[in-house]
Design a binder for this molecule. Structure first.
Ligand code: DGL
Length: 253
């Protein structure tokens, strides 16, 4: 049996992690990916840590039945809540993600760095540790309800939400914005339009894709032969699969 040809399992609470998947396909076009959107249990970001761990365990059980060789948590919220537990329980490599505060802190001048993420991500110990290292000038900006607008593909609603949000932070005092939730990456272009061009926008997707390459290479699990494939699954309905497909085909901004 050649484990290199086994798929990589990827999951999120919904379609947000498709933004991460796009980067991983670009970085590792020969890999087979199985993406699971846990839409029936979304959102994760307004749940408790224990509730998210329970949801994640259900997802991982399903993915493990597909003989995955590695797991990517394409969700900042689920990583903070469950990555440590999963790393203890699973015998395969687990790649997680965190808000891209480190690169944003390097772009900071005298202004602030706005970290947009779910309420749970910003409450977690993991994020506090990140803040201790790179949090100078960083402001936590919880965005409850924003992932729902992305899932509903409600552009007008998202624009209105973001307009109201940015009014609270005068742009001349902001140097960078961190998209600390994989769903928000689909709003990057909109955020670009709403903010002055000099404000940097960071997300963790490229870093996660590169980390997956490193981890697979380190474990001797890189699929060098292909063919690369993508399978989409959900705990929701056919409409959720259609949304994930649409997001997968969206050009990157
Ligand atoms: N996409 C998830 C993240 O990166 C969270 C969305 C949610 O379920 O609240 O944090």
């Amino acid at each position: 049996m050649n484990q290199k040809r086994d798929p990589v399992g990827v999951f999120d609470s919904g379609a947000g992690g498709i933004s991460t998947l796009r980067e991983m396909i670009r970085e590792l076009p020969e890999e087979r990916f199985i993406y699971f959107g846990d839409t029936a249990n979304a959102p994760y970001g307004t749940k408790t840590t224990e509730e998210v761990i329970a949801c994640v365990q259900g997802v991982v059980e399903r993915l493990m039945k597909k003989n995955i060789k590695a797991l990517v948590i394409a969700c900042n919220t689920a990583t903070g809540a469950a990555a440590a537990t999963l790393r203890k329980e699973l015998s395969i490599p687990v790649v997680g993600m965190e808000p891209a505060l480190k690169p944003a802190s390097q772009m900071r001048k005298n202004g602030s760095v706005l970290v947009l993420a779910t309420p749970l991500t910003l409450q977690q110990e993991k994020f506090e540790n990140l803040m201790r290292q790179y949090g100078q000038g960083a402001v936590k900006v919880p965005c409850p309800g924003l992932m729902e607008l992305v899932e509903a593909d409600d552009e007008a609603g998202a624009r209105q939400y973001l307009r109201e949000l940015f009014i609270r932070y005068p742009a001349d005092r902001v140097d960078a914005v961190v998209l600390g939730c994989t769903h928000y990456v689909f709003l990057k272009e909109m955020i670009r339009e709403l903010l002055p061009e000099r404000i940097a926008i960071t997300d963790g997707n490229t870093g996660t894709a590169r980390q997956l390459r490193r981890v697979l290479a380190g474990a001797g699990l890189l699929n060098e032969e292909g063919p690369g494939t993508v399978e989409l699954e959900t705990s929701g309905g056919p409409g959720d699969i259609a949304l994930m497909k649409r997001f997968l085909e969206k050009p990157e901004s």
